[in-house]
Design a protein around this ligand. Structure first.
Ligand code: SLL
Length: 256
């Protein structure tokens, strides 16, 4: 639908809102994770696919609805989730036996006048790319997390939407928790509006400035290591080339 012509896009403005999406899967286990009654015999895992705010912050003031397109082998594969409590996740719980690609479609609030957008998530049930120690730790607590940090960019948003995105809002603590605000948004005790990434990680909340710093450190160290290996390889190559030149000289001299 074409936007009403009294709405203007803000030229040169780009605004982003961080969010987290992904899946969590758990192997069925008689004591740790028993199969719910009626679960098909061949199902081996329970899993959840979700979209939520970083550190469980509210995203419902810009994201209205999320549609998850599951594998066609699953009954009723198109799942639409809306009207969630701010500060909770848009999510689908299921059981199954196999991994597959899930299409996730985000629908924005009507004021945004933006079309929905899709992206993909590979449902992970099995650990891979982990070392033996990690695999052993997982065997004891076999929860497979595939969580991704993402930033939703709104390029040249409409004025009215931009205002909603940036409007100050009562902090989600105390008597304002979970109440409607002047602007018609909601806040919960953990659901305050923010585009800030938390400084430190907490259990189950891995995305923070701290994680980012650790990742940068890890990449810097890896880069240093590769540079060192490269220098050593160059030196080895130079020595071998010198040796080859010497041998060529030697054979030339011997042969004639
Ligand atoms: C494939 N990766 O590409 C596989 C598909 C589909 C898994 C895996 C659900 C089963 C049900 C289920 O686990 N599907 O609800 O009966 O072929």
């Amino acid at each position: 639908m074409a936007p009403p012509n009294n709405q203007k896009r803000l030229k040169g403005i780009q605004i982003f809102r961080p969010f987290v999406f992904g899946s969590t899967a758990k192997l069925f286990d008689p004591t740790e994770n028993p199969k719910p009654p009626g679960t098909p015999e061949d199902h081996t895992h329970s899993w959840t696919v979700f979209v939520k705010g970083v550190d469980d912050t509210d995203i419902t003031y810009w994201c209205r609805k999320v549609q998850f397109k599951l594998h066609d082998s699953i009954p009723n594969p198109l799942r639409t989730i809306e009207n969630i409590q701010p500060g909770t996740a848009f999510q689908v719980h299921e059981t199954g036996w196999g991994e597959f690609e899930i299409t996730i479609k985000l629908y924005y609030i009507p004021e945004s006048l933006e079309k929905p957008q899709s992206f993909y998530h590979h449902l992970r049930l099995h650990p891979y790319g982990v070392n033996d120690a990690e695999r052993e730790a997982m065997r004891l607590a076999p929860t497979i997390n595939a969580h991704c940090y993402e930033e939703q960019i709104f390029n040249e948003p409409y004025e009215q939407f931009y205002e909603l995105l940036t409007s100050p809002i009562a902090r989600g603590k105390g008597k304002n928790a979970g109440t409607k605000t002047m602007k018609g948004g909601m806040v919960s005790s953990t659901g305050e509006r923010t585009a800030l990434i938390p400084l430190a990680s907490r259990p189950d909340q891995p995305f923070s400035r701290e994680t980012e710093k650790l990742e940068i450190k890890r990449l810097r160290e890896a880069k240093g290591k590769i540079e060192g290996m490269n220098i050593r390889a160059q030196e080895e190559l130079k020595a071998k080339e010198e040796e080859l030149a010497k041998l060529r000289e030697e054979s030339k001299r011997l042969l004639g």
